[in-house]
Design a protein around this ligand. Structure first.
Ligand code: CTP
Length: 399
């Protein structure tokens, strides 16, 4: 099995003699299966070359706001969106001053300003620079802004003086980074997720589909991936970019989805059926485009196979989670769907609320009853429902 990275960090290296320690840190991070993207300031490149970090991280090091290797988009936005956290190590007094004031004049400071993820700052500088009131004032500002400051240590400094200002050791920085990520209860386990609508062809150009955007299924795939799983995402046609690090099996019809799920389900520990699968499909697909006439047209539809129920009916099934979009009586319909499909958990939502939107209101149903979740974005809800499912699967001895 290929190695699946699922925890992504941007390591920002700024100018200082301690930059050499960031090389060892990169090695430890990669060993801990964290995907490391290194970005360096111009001053950092005066201490250690980008080639060192490129070799250790296995990825090109970014130094330039206008780097042509970041295609079509703006490097600073792209970079900050591709990672789950940013660590600046070592952080110079100058760089701390910049980000404390929201300055953005190079790739790294611009990326920090544009971030939507946690930021860790590990300062390293001479003890007098550290104690300087302006520096302390800037650090106070960063703390007030929710930034985590790691260190510095006290001891012998590169300049020969003794005191506070040494970069904390790489092993301690690794611990601080690991603390940012959720626990990986699914590490090394396989999980199958279905997502999106299906498309049931009537003729070569027409078909029956529905308005599922696939957003919820993709969010579940992401949450499961972040819990450490090897995710197989079986997806109907959507306009979304699939989450990185997942094996994606694109399908169109319910029959194709059934086949793809069964090809992947062996040795999976969990199955999330998020797709809005067509319940009926045309009995026949016309080989050629249907021509209009003045007569009424009758389409005969036949039921599709219930993918979720067939997975739940396997000899030793994975922990199965279904989704129920209802327009009324959510609890009654969702719980009876859960029982009739023979599954442990079902996620209910009122259909008119969620379709296509980024937010959602959902209620988790299991044999203990209903667990409503507060309104939130689909990715936040996905993380909560995956956590709930993991706890239930642990109780059942599946995990
Ligand atoms: N599902 C499936 N295969 C199908 C149909 C549905 O795996 N052929 C799964 C969906 O992914 C979802 C759940 O079953 O997890 C939805 O159940 P379903 O009974 O299809 O719900 P509705 O189609 O909304 O049912 P109804 O129209 O009866 O409310």
């Amino acid at each position: 099995m290929t190695l699946h990275f699922h925890r992504r960090l941007l390591l920002g290296v700024t100018g200082g003699i301690a930059a050499y320690k960031a090389a060892e840190l990169t090695r430890l991070l990669v060993k801990a299966r964290i995907e490391v993207q290194v970005a360096m300031t111009e001053a950092a490149c005066g201490f250690v070359t980008p080639a060192t970090f490129q070799a250790l991280s296995g990825r090109p090091v970014l130094t330039d706001l206008w780097d042509p290797r970041v295609p079509n988009r703006m490097a600073h936005i792209e970079l900050s969106r591709q990672v789950d956290a940013i660590l600046i190590a070592p952080a110079s007094a100058d760089f701390i001053a910049k980000i404390a004031h929201g300055m953005a004049d190079d790739l790294l400071s611009t990326t920090v300003a544009a971030r939507n993820c946690p930021l860790l700052v590990a300062p390293a500088m001479n003890r007098e620079m550290w104690a300087n009131p302006a520096n302390q004032h800037n650090l106070g500002q960063l703390r007030a802004d929710g930034v985590t400051i790691v260190g510095p240590d006290t001891g012998e400094q590169a300049c020969g003086e003794m005191g506070e200002g040494r970069l904390v050791e790489p092993a301690q920085l690794l611990e601080a980074v690991l603390g940012l990520y959720p626990p990986q209860h699914l590490l090394g386990r396989k999980v199958v997720v279905t997502a999106g609508p299906t498309f049931e062809a009537i003729d070569p150009v027409r078909g029956i589909t529905n308005s599922s955007s696939g957003k919820m299924g993709y969010a579940v795939a992401e949450a499961v991936r972040d819990a450490g799983a090897h995710v197989v995402l079986v997806t109907g046609p959507t306009a979304l970019d699939p989450p990185s690090g997942c094996t994606v099996l694109p399908v169109k019809s319910a029959a194709e989805m059934l086949e793809a799920v069964h090809s992947a389900i062996e040795d999976a520990v969990m199955f999330f059926a998020v797709a809005a699968v067509a319940d009926y499909t045309p009995q026949q697909t016309a080989e050629h485009k249907l021509k209009k006439s003045s007569h009424p047209l009758t389409l005969t539809l036949v039921p599709t196979v219930d993918i979720l129920a067939t997975v739940a009916g396997r000899a030793s099934p994975p922990f199965c989670v279904g989704f129920a979009a209802e327009s009324r009586d959510l609890e009654t319909y969702a719980q009876s769907k859960r029982r009739s499909k023979g599954i442990a958990m079902i996620v209910g939502n009122l259909a008119q609320r969620a379709l296509g939107s980024d937010d959602n209101d959902i209620v988790l149903f299991d044999e203990e009853g209903a667990h409503p979740l507060p309104t939130a974005s689909k990715i936040v809800l996905a993380r909560q429902l995956v956590e709930h499912a993991i706890r239930r699967a642990q109780l059942q001895g599946i995990l």
